[in-house]
Ligand binder design. Structure first.
Ligand code: SAM
Length: 249
């Protein structure tokens, strides 16, 4: 069918791709990818011929010209498949500018959903899944990371972050400072791959374990929600004071 199709691709295991995603890749008039080599490789693995179809590189910083060309293809009634390098497009990956432009132009758009490291990690974390907040990558510099974490400290939802292995130890030690040593955390490494590993425990224990190890591979970090604010005698007295003041007006 005509329109833009966002296609989720594997985050590790090559067979983690849906039958519908393969149908879309096999049938689209134009293939568009964050990384054309990765998509070519995926097509090869699944025996899908590129044929004479165009394979265009596109990401959110490609600029107005390439974006308008893609919109032009869609306006002509062509079907486009867009894949980012791994997992779900738009999730710490390009695709948002494209989705926004297609939505604004009122052109058809759909998705073949599939793997996403954040959701896979949440599934395995053992942390509450009823409410969660995906926060992407924390800033790389310590000062910016600390204020970023301070903003998240009170959020009443399971936090999900992506991180590079070389910054994991720094992130965990800053989390101990921002969230306290006993808040529960989870580190998921190499999901769906051979050396998949899930570490669970108080943030301080995770920070200690990671500091003493060489960590490799792809990482998702999760943190339990903030504990509910407990009522102290003082806070109750303050609340009563406030209530009485507002009544006497
Ligand atoms: N779009 C992707 C998705 O849907 O998950 C995420 C792309 S983002 C550029 C790459 C980051 O996702 C990695 O640095 C890591 O934090 C996380 N990630 C991707 N694959 C992973 C895996 N197999 N195991 C753990 N984390 C993974």
């Amino acid at each position: 069918p005509p329109g833009l199709h966002f296609v989720a691709t594997p985050i590790g295991a090559a067979r983690d791709i849906t039958l519908r995603a393969l149908d879309v890749l096999a049938g689209a008039d134009v293939l568009v990818a964050e990384d054309t080599r990765t998509l070519k490789h995926l097509l090869e693995i699944h025996g899908i011929a590129l044929g004479g179809r165009p394979l265009i590189a596109y990401h959110d910083h490609s600029g107005e010209g390439p974006l308008q060309r893609l919109l032009g293809h869609l306006a002509e009634g062509k079907s486009l498949a867009y894949a980012s390098e791994a997992g779900t497009p738009l999730i710490s990956d390009p695709g948002f500018e494209l989705a926004r432009a297609v939505a604004a132009a009122g052109l058809p758009m759909t998705a073949a959903p599939g793997p996403c490291a954040a959701i896979c990690a949440l599934t395995l974390s053992g942390l509450p899944s009823d409410r969660f907040m995906f926060a992407g990558f924390a800033p790389a510099t310590r000062a910016a990371r600390r204020s970023f974490l301070a903003e998240l400290a009170g959020v009443q939802a399971t936090l999900i972050l992506y991180e590079s292995p070389k910054r994991l130890a720094d992130l965990l030690s800053d989390m101990v400072a921002a969230f306290g040593p006993t808040r529960r955390g989870v580190v998921c490494r190499e999901l769906t791959k051979r050396y998949e590993e899930v570490l669970r425990g108080p943030l301080q224990d995770l920070a200690t374990e990671v500091a003493g190890r060489q960590i490799r591979g792809e990482i998702v970090v999760l943190v339990d929600r903030a504990p509910p604010v407990s009522a102290t005698t003082e806070s109750i007295a303050d609340a009563l004071d406030e209530a009485l003041k507002s009544m006497s007006v």
